[in-house]
Structure formats: structure tokens, C-alpha cells
Design a protein around this ligand. Structure first.
Ligand code: XBP
Ligand code: MG
Length: 263
């Protein structure tokens, strides 16, 4: 461990899940929504493109409501749909976790390596996500193994806070549960809504973009990368300074945090 790392104020890494740990949206959540619609005999089908627009709203139940309100003509709104959304969403969660259990959705490059290194170096780990808790458990189990759930001191997810991202509530909840201040933590996000949430909780945030989020505004991030990367699969720096590094490791995380907290 170098001197800088020894002296760091940084104590914990807080990870978003969807889009950050794994590219779950297009081939995971979207497919599961469509399977639930089919199961309920509905003619809704969310294309890759439409789903990109629907991602403006976080949370599956909220996203379905947004679709009804903003994408359907009045005459096409199924009767009693509002009351049916929780049931539809439960089916979607079942389809999603089944999909994950096939191993179809891997972690993004560098995620497992960074988490392993963080654990070895004694950083505390947490999750702050909008998605349903069962989805987090399924993703961790089918990628890092069932034991990995215990690596995360707090899994802040879903309806545990009433206001989802972009509200800061989910990060504030995680900080409170860990009894840490914002300047003792760093967040990992992939989207503008996620960044608004983490920045709203005063967290320095590392962004790894994906196809759905590459045009988002990441002005308040401490760095924007295309991926965490690996030694043999270097990242591209989109904004910020990676100090000659070619992939995200704990030393770079500490340096970025240091720069952010000392301004
Ligand atoms: C993730 C989401 C989630 C998932 C769906 O946002 O928006 O809503 O798409 O999950 P973030 P549920 O990565 O910013 O947390 O259907 O379980 O709500
Ligand atoms: Mg996300």
C-alpha cells in the first residue's frame, strides 16, 4: 500500500448496480418486462430504442406508469392498469431473476477485479440502487457467488426509500447505515439520474458509461470512463484525469477521491 493510500480518508466504495456492475438494462430488465407483458396477454413490447427513452424514469413500477402516462394514447390504456402494475412488476422480477440464473448477464470488465482488490485492502463495500433487492441478490449470486452478498455491508435497494434516483435518498440511506460521512466514501455510477443521486448526497462519483448513457451530462463526476477496464483491456477516459493509468484500480480510486475532497 503506498503512503497516499495509507493516509486516505476513503473508507468505503458504494456501487450502483444496473449499468455499472453489469449491463443489465437492454438484455435483462427490458426482456423481463416484455416477458411479463406477454405472460399477462398484453400487446405491449418495449424495443431497445423505446426502452432507452423509458430509462428516463428509474424503478420498474414507476417506469411502467411513465409508459402509460407518456407513451400511450388514452384509448389504448388498459382498464385498471394502475392496480395491475405491482402484479406485473412481480412477474417481471421473476423473469429477470430467472434470466440472471442462466448466467446470461455477466459483470462489466474490471468490476470483479476492483471489488476483490477493495476487499483485500480493507475498503468497506455497499450498494445503492433503484432496482428490487432480489435482483441484486440474483446478480451477485450468479456472477460473484452466493457468498458475495455478505461482502456488502449495506444493500440499499428498491422501495427502501420512497424517492428513487435522481433523489439523493438511497445514497444518504447507505451512508447512514454505514455511519460514514460523504467524504469518506466514493460512488460508482453509469447514468445521469445515478450521478444526480450520488452528487446530491455529496459523493465523489466515478462514471462508467454504457450505450444507453453515453450522451448523458456527467459534469459533476470526478472522472468519466467508458469502462473500469483491465490491464489487457484499457479504459478510455472521456472526461477527467486518470494520471496515466489504463484501468481502474484502488490506487486510482484513492487518487480521484483525494483530488475531489481536497478540491
Ligand atoms: C436502475 C433502474 C431499475 C431497473 C429496474 O437504475 O432504473 O429501475 O431498470 O428495476 P439505477 P426494478 O441503476 O440508477 O439504480 O424493475 O426492479 O425496479
Ligand atoms: Mg445505473
Amino acid at each position: 500500500m503506498n503512503t497516499e493510500t495509507n493516509n486516505t480518508k476513503l473508507k468505503a466504495f458504494i456501487f450502483d448496480v444496473d449499468g455499472t456492475l453489469s449491463d443489465t438494462e437492454r438484455d435483462g430488465h427490458r426482456v423481463a418486462f416484455n416477458r411479463a407483458f406477454e405472460e399477462f396477454g398484453m400487446d405491449w413490447h418495449w424495443s431497445v430504442e423505446t426502452y432507452g427513452e423509458l430509462l428516463a424514469v428509474t424503478g420498474g413500477k414507476e417506469r411502467m406508469k411513465f409508459y402509460v402516462d407518456k407513451f400511450l394514447d388514452k384509448e389504448n390504456i388498459p382498464e385498471g392498469i394502475e392496480a395491475k402494475i405491482p402484479e406485473l412488476h412481480a412477474a417481471k422480477t421473476r423473469h429477470y431473476t430467472e434470466l440472471l440464473s442462466t448466467g446470461a448477464i455477466p459483470l462489466r470488465p474490471g468490476v470483479e477485479r476492483l471489488i476483490d482488490e477493495a476487499r483485500q485492502r480493507g475498503f468497506r463495500l455497499a450498494i445503492a440502487t433503484t432496482t428490487t433487492p432480489e435482483n441484486v441478490t440474483a446478480l451477485l449470486t450468479h456472477t460473484l457467488g452466493a457468498d458475495s452478498i455478505e461482502w456488502f455491508e449495506v444493500i440499499a435497494a428498491g422501495d427502501i426509500v420512497p424517492a428513487k434516483k435522481p433523489g439523493p435518498d438511497i445514497y444518504q440511506y447507505a451512508l447512514k447505515e454505514m455511519n460514514l460521512s460523504a467524504d469518506e466514501c466514493i460512488a460508482f455510477e453509469d447514468s445521469e439520474n445515478g450521478l444526480k443521486s450520488s452528487s446530491g448526497a455529496n459523493l465523489c462519483t466515478i462514471i462508467t458509461i454504457n450505450d444507453y448513457t453515453k450522451e448523458h451530462d456527467f459534469g459533476s463526476a470526478c472522472i468519466v470512463l467508458d469502462q473500469m477496464g483491465e490491464a489487457e483491456q484499457p479504459f478510455t477516459v472521456i472526461a477527467g484525469n486518470a494520471n496515466q493509468a489504463s484501468f481502474l484500480n484502488c490506487n486510482l480510486v484513492v487518487e480521484l477521491h483525494q483530488q475531489a475532497v481536497t478540491g
